[in-house]
Design a protein around this ligand. Sequence first.
Ligand SMILES: *[C@@H]1O[C@H](CO)[C@@H](O)[C@H](O)[C@H]1NC(C)=O
Ligand SMILES: *[C@@H]1O[C@H](CO)[C@@H](O)[C@H](O)[C@H]1NC(C)=O
Length: 463
Amino acid sequence: MAVPVLLVLELCFLMMGGLVVVVESFPFSEADKIAWLPGQPFVGFQQFSGYVTVDDKKQKSLFYYFVEAEFDPFSKPLVLWLNGGPGCSSLGVGAFSENGPFRPNGQVLVKNEYSWNREANMLYLETPVGVGFSYSTDASSYEAVSDQQTARDNLVFLQRWFLKFPQYLHRDLFITGESYAGHYIPQLAKLMTEFNQKEKLFNLKGIALGNPVLEFATDFNSRAEFFWSHGLISDSTYKIFTSSCNYSRYVSEYYRSSVSPVCSKVMSQVSRETSRFVDKYDVTLDVCISSVLSQSKKISPQQVGEKIDVCVEDETVNYLNRQDVQNAFHARLVGVNRWVVCSDILDYELLDVEIPTISLVGELIKAGIRVLVYSGDQDSVIPLTGSRTLVRGLANQLGLNTTVPYRVWFGGQQVGGWTQVYGDTLSFATIRGASHEAPFSQPGRSLVLFQSFLQGMPLPEMF
Ligand SMILES: *[C@@H]1O[C@H](CO)[C@@H](O)[C@H](O)[C@H]1NC(C)=O
Ligand SMILES: *[C@@H]1O[C@H](CO)[C@@H](O)[C@H](O)[C@H]1NC(C)=O
């Protein structure tokens, strides 16, 4: 293993400003190695978790969970996974409900046979500070946290994480995630490509965005038609939800604390018809599935008279609040009493949702970075139709022709969804029967999609 010592030391000086900190950052990853997670089955891969300080003055520390690939980790890529919110945990949602190696079940962890660490070394990051086990000792760090700040912190996290894991420095790197990570990921990737122009540090190959917020109005306003076509609202409600007050207008007003009477009236009617007993993140699922329900509570503000119903007896919440589990994870609760799925101390700049990131995605494509936008097709929060429109528009704008015409793809013997590929870098895919958290409800199909994405191959055309 060629450990680029010079580069590592240089980085230490650059980023940490002195030898003292370099010494403190030893012994690299060994201290973060997880011996055993309580209740876990025997596995042959290594796990690590702990903190990376991203701001020395404010003592901002981001918590990560790193799962090496099940087989042959040295030949597999490195994949960073980010959940959205803003403010929801990649550990609790991503790792423990979606594509991690285990799912909590009572007192034990059950192996997830569709874990993405079958294909890659998976890095789950709780970001920004204030999320999950990530913290700052200076509470002002939780105030007015913006997309820009989050991207900067995430960049520093990666730089310093590579100091702990230098063997991964030149590995093919992908960033994946969902929902509000449609902001986090392109914004981080942009900083990475900028950094690379000074010094080639990140071997970024591609990004995959699941049910992402890429352009607020298109994404949010596709909700009305999704509700209507799935029978969640009536013809007359559809009409006023697309004329009198559409969803992007409502959200804009809501975040400015100035909901107009007309929007208030329209949203009451929409809420009454859609019912709070239907899961908006998967209109075919029953409610109260697990913590995953609350992931996008911020990008999808509570509708009038509606409360997000998060299960009280949530397996992940119970598991991650056990003292023995926190010890095993080298995790600390700082300034909070409990680990929660979505932060309630983080004060995020919610209006940042209006910043379009689709144009950043275009810049990444121009820089040769592969992009996959995928959609769980039962999600009404960020419906497939908005994402599909945005991807097609981007392809047109970039002059990318269709290389794989819209067609079905197979996961096993069944249709896993639909896909279209533009040029050789941009693709869109749906996952049939999947929720906002696609790997949660369709783990097998999601794994097929993930494999194809990493290999840079179109999705299987036949079974
Ligand atoms: C949504 O409403 C805003 C404000 O009324 C309007 O500018 C925009 O065109 C509408 N969008 C759609 C898709 O209806
Ligand atoms: C896309 O298709 C058009 C029309 O067939 C063709 O003129 C153009 O050269 C193609 N562009 C690329 C990038 O292949």
